[in-house]
Design a protein around this ligand. Sequence first.
Ligand code: RIB
Ligand code: CA
Length: 339
Amino acid sequence: MHRTRPRKVILDCDIGWMNDDCTATIFALKSPELQVLGITPVAGNFDLNWETACALRLLEILGREDVPVCPGFDRPLLHERGDYEDQVWGEWATFKPVDSIPPGLPSIEPDPRYACDFIAQSILENPGEVSILAMGPLTNVAVTIRKYPQVVPLVDELIVMGGAVATLPRGHGNITPMAEFNFWVDPEAARIVLRSGAPIVLCPLNVCRRTRFERQHFDRLTSAGSAHPEVAELFRGYLQPHFDHPEVDKESPRLFYGLYDQIVVAYALRPAWFTTVLMNVDVNVTPGPEYGASYGYTNAPYQSGLDQWPLDDGSQVAKVAHDVELEAFVGLYVSTLTE
Ligand code: RIB
Ligand code: CA
């Protein structure tokens, strides 16, 4: 679909300092084809207060203090931290004091509106025009849907980085053998969202694992001729030490980074570059080793005459984006951040 006006988006994310949510946020803010209505941090990669400070400081550095930051949930709906949670990635609900962040604390304040109220208000004021780019646990989105169910048919698209679909290539988990981080942190929220009937595009690990950000991309992004020197400086500060590490061979670079949350921004901009399939998708919320694992399927049981598997009668169909034109995507990412 050709759009004549910038696409209105809300970035719901577990942003840190120069993590994938943060660089995806820069990508969205620098794209002239997107109008970022606001940022709604949610506990996930980090504790909520840390994330909020990172979002505010990023906006200051980019000169985009006009974008409201509306913090949301500081913990998942039900998932409590335990021994395993303490050992694996994710500092959600640790409630650490935020006395410093790498670029220095922000001087601007968050918007007083709560994330869910801000999301609903934005959709109700712009029916059919607002898309949510969800890059963290789905707590904020699930509660918005529960509190304001009238917004569900009014969302343009809900583009979600989350889950891993084992019936498609590259579909193993990254935080447990079967579960992807965002869905595992708040499986109940993910289930509410996936079952809501909202127009969902799911970008699971399957598509993220196709991506590579390499030395050649870093060199372009940090080149002297960049039209966004402040962005070049942010990337230099964060990635230069990694790419310059003596064990990285510059002639045949073995070091690369996957682009995860950047995928949802790219989908909002260029959906035609993605390979998609309609699937029933759902999330396991039973405590145990499969907690947070997502699954998806297209075909009904063999010769059953049924449309869907009977064990799964509440699931909905989502568009699952499981592959991408890699060079085009990385090219857009780099050119948006440099031109
Ligand atoms: O599983 C990938 C997701 O969790 C991304 O949103 C990333 O930020 C990570 O922590
Ligand atoms: Ca994220």
